[in-house]
Design a protein around this ligand. Structure first.
Ligand SMILES: Cc1ncc(COP(=O)(O)O)c(C=O)c1O
Length: 551
């Protein structure tokens, strides 16, 4: 079993998550462009502006790749990368000339964006949101006939009471509306069985800004390192690069179902420290993206213990907490695990990220989410608040939705039954889609695929023939990117090459969401199979009997 990779291999993978080209040092701007105009000289100001708006005297534009922040050039973001851009171009081509391609639609399996693939919003949530946004409807008699349950109307009233001025168009407190934070805290306490406080909640425009905020807080220079899983969701590598820190990878073990081993964490921390890196935090994504594993409670305990012993902040990305598809696994928040071990706020700095974009709700476009920040002292908390206040506040619809997902209808509420039918319908359908795709991938020559225990993705491994690897190299592409591009061109199916998430050297994967609607899955599977079989036939360099098949 592959456990630990060599130092060189690890560096190569971490580097592959950055852009291929590091910018040259910025060339000095011509002295004339740098001289500041005197405020008392309007004509000099006009000349300065004219210069700044056009190209410099030397003919170089005032802003070029050589002069923008090199940290921006440094990272890659594969889930919206080149394959997706190519897919969008093909989509335009299809609009113009539907007969021009061998398929009639592009199937975006690249990103966890459920509503874009036809998932319907949860009625209760949308009814409450719409009433909060247009409170005049609350006073109309027709509203009761139009809205499916009176508790949605009642909930909208309750929420508006919590919002100062009942105004969803006003800025709120920079951590979010206090009454909504208290509601979220009550939801966390009900989920975990341990106290939670609204004062520890920071409402954000999705989990992404919350992650950026923590990186901004923790990273002082490239000497500060953040331990992240590989494969990882590229928000982490991108955010660390943007904030000028060091990405310290730890590998998940594919052979044990993407297991997270504390020995591996320890080895990476020691290695980073030996190079003068101060490791500040450990990122754990549970359930995993792109890998779909759900951590076992005992494993989580070891991780908490490790953070405590090593003095690390635990950054727990728990955005897929509602997406569990197997009976023998359950979601446990890291805060619950830490509290059940007897650790209090004084023992362990821990941040949990949650989002309205995932779960059964999948409301990515509403941009809602929060982080629960515990175990930081008051001085540091004040600084986190200051960082949050630079953005004034997160959007109010996202705040309301965050409170709703953490406090959905309960037994006895009028809307409870219909809500549960919608909720369970979505989760059980996702489970069926995950299983159907996993079985299809595993039935193919040259593909092995771990189960998606949770989240929204499968991350199959491609055992590519040497000839295919050679063809990719000749085309100047990573082998998995070459495969993904050929798949797109032949079928219209968009997946993300594994190299965008980081993978053990010499292994190739792709990430495919389980999100296309259930009635589309058989067609996707048959299109995929047809493509894959032809691809293997084109490049096969071993006999069919020797090639590995499904796990
Ligand atoms: C693991 C993980 N964390 C965070 C996010 C960010 O989600 P959002 O900013 O939409 O809340 C995503 C999105 O796919 C994700 O997969």
């Amino acid at each position: 079993m592959r456990r630990f990779l060599t130092d060189r291999a690890r560096r190569a993978v971490a580097a592959s998550l950055r852009g291929a080209t590091r910018p040259a040092a910025p060339s000095p701007a011509p002295a004339a462009a740098l001289s500041r105009p005197s405020p008392s000289a309007p004509s000099a100001m006009a000349a300065y502006m004219a210069r700044a708006m056009s190209t410099s005297a030397a003919g170089t534009p005032p802003v070029s790749l050589d002069t923008i922040n090199p940290k921006v050039l440094e990272f890659k973001y594969a889930v919206r990368g080149e394959i997706v851009t190519h897919a969008q171009n093909l989509e335009q081509e299809l609009h113009k000339n539907p007969e021009s391609l061998p398929f009639d639609e592009i199937l975006y399996c690249n990103i966890g964006n459920p509503h874009s693939l036809g998932q319907q919003p949860v009625t209760f949530f949308r009814e409450v949101l719409s009433l909060c946004d247009h409170p005049a409807l609350l006073d109309k008699s027709e509203t009761h006939a139009l809205y499916s349950s009176s508790d949605a109307i009642e909930r909208a009233w309750q929420i508006l009471e919590k919002i100062p001025g009942r105004a969803t168009g006003a800025y709120s407190h920079s951590q979010g509306v206090k009454g909504l934070r208290d509601e979220i805290a009550a939801g966390i306490a009900a989920r975990d069985g341990f106290h939670a406080s609204g004062d520890n909640i920071f409402l954000t425009d999705g989990a992404s800004p919350a992650v950026h905020m923590m990186m901004q807080l923790l990273i002082r220079s490239e000497k500060d390192g953040i331990l992240c899983p590989l494969p990882q969701y590229p928000l982490y590598s991108a955010s660390i690069a943007l904030h000028g820190g060091s990405f310290v990878p730890y590998f998940l073990d594919e052979e044990t179902g993407w297991g997270l081993e504390v020995d591996e964490l320890k080895k990476q921390v020691d290695e980073a420290r030996s190079k003068g890196i101060t490791v500040r935090a450990l990122v754990v994504i549970n359930p995993g993206n792109p890998t779909g594993q759900v951590l076992a409670e005992e494993n989580q305990k070891k991780i908490v213990e490790f953070c405590k012993n090593e003095g690390l902040v635990l950054l727990a990305d728990e955005v897929y907490q509602e997406n569990i598809y197997v009976e023998d696994k359950q979601f446990h928040s890291f805060k619950k695990i830490a509290r059940s071990m007897g650790y209090t706020d004084d023992d362990l700095p821990l941040v949990s990220f949650q989002s309205v974009s995932k779960g059964y709700y999948g409301e990515c476009g509403k941009r809602g989410g929060y982080m629960e920040v515990t175990g930081f002292n008051a001085d540091v908390r004040e600084q986190i608040y200051k960082v949050a206040s630079v953005n004034l506040c997160s959007n109010i619809s996202g705040q309301i939705l965050s409170s709703l997902i953490m406090n959905p209808p309960k037994v006895g509420d009028e809307s409870y039954e219909s809500f549960m039918v919608e909720r369970d319908g979505i989760i059980s359908s996702l489970a069926r889609r995950a299983k159907a795709l996993e079985e299809a991938f595993n039935s193919l020559e040259g593909i092995t695929c771990n189960k998606a225990e949770g989240a929204m993705y499968l991350f199959p491994r491609l055992h590519l023939p040497q000839k295919a690897i050679g063809a990719a190299q000749a085309a100047g592409a990573a082998p998995d990117a070459y495969y993904a591009l050929r798949l797109l061109q032949a079928t219209g199916i968009v997946v993300v090459p594994g190299s965008g998430f980081g993978q053990a050297p010499g292994t190739y994967h792709f990430r495919c969401t389980i999100l296309p609607q259930e009635d589309k899955i058989p067609a996707i599977i048959s299109r995929f199979k047809e493509f894959h079989e032809k691809f293997m036939d084109e490049f096969r360099d071993v006999s069919r009997d020797e090639a590995p098949t499904g796990a």
